[in-house]
Design a protein around this ligand. Structure first.
Ligand code: 13P
Length: 230
């Protein structure tokens, strides 16, 4: 299983250091085959030693240059970071990233050999239209994306389940993952209100290869409880 923590705009550099220190002790109990990823905010990126991978939540598709307010691969590689999240619904929604923007970013980071955690997910009004509409919407989020890229992990995150406390049901996750796997044969994570109370039922779903966790990952104890759940 893959366990990924997306801090979004939470935690500082100092609190990330303390978090990682606390998490590292707990990770001694994790299964060796399980993989842990942490995506802190840009100001907390750094070189941290341990049995986990640090990734960037976002970066500009350039090595460096005149892109005020952005960071590029030169800034990431100072810390040995070669993993990035692309396509998160919050960037699509709040930062106005179009499918074209997302695809361009994907192509750039693929070219640089980055491991890409690519996010897709539908809004509530699409989910309410039924399974066919959901799949049509999700597959359109693969437009311009090389889904055969070897360093690719996909995260399915229904927008209506993000930060709402209301996860998708086991049936919704199972059927969506099963349908997605017909198109994309890559590790497929579920995200959206994953927490210690529902990790077991979600992790046990066939077709769920891991989870991408926001709110419930912000506390090291809570994230560790999910990683080490039995
Ligand atoms: P929550 O776990 O807070 O619902 O967020 C999920 C998410 O968006 C992770 O990328």
């Amino acid at each position: 299983m893959i366990f990924a923590a997306n801090f979004k705009t939470n935690h500082t550099r100092r609190s990330t250091e303390l978090y990682i220190k606390a998490l590292k002790e707990k990770l001694l109990a994790k299964k060796p085959e399980d993989q842990v990823y942490i995506f802190p905010p840009a100001t907390a990126l750094g070189t941290y030693e341990g049995d986990f991978t640090i990734g960037a939540q976002n970066a500009y598709p350039a090595k460096n240059g005149a892109f005020t307010g952005e960071i590029g691969t030169e800034q990431l590689e100072e810390f040995g970071i070669k993993t990035i999240l692309i396509g998160h619904s919050e960037r699509r929604e709040h930062l106005g990233e179009s499918q074209d923007d997302v695809a361009q970013k994907f192509a750039f980071f693929k070219e640089q050999g980055y491991e890409i955690l690519y996010c897709i997910g539908e809004p509530l009004e699409i989910r309410e239209e039924g399974d066919e509409a959901v799949m049509e919407y999700l597959l359109a989020q693969f437009d311009g994306i090389d889904i055969s890229y070897k360093n690719l992990i996909i995260a399915y995150e229904p927008i209506w389940a993000i930060g709402t406390g209301r996860s998708a049901t086991v049936e919704e996750i199972a059927s969506t993952h099963e349908s997605l796997k017909k198109t994309v044969q890559k590790p497929l994570l579920y995200g959206g209100s994953v927490k210690p109370a529902n990790i077991k039922e979600i992790a046990d779903i066939r077709g769920v290869d891991g989870v991408l966790v926001g709110s419930a990952s912000l506390d090291a104890e809570s994230f560790a409880a999910m990683i080490c759940h039995k």
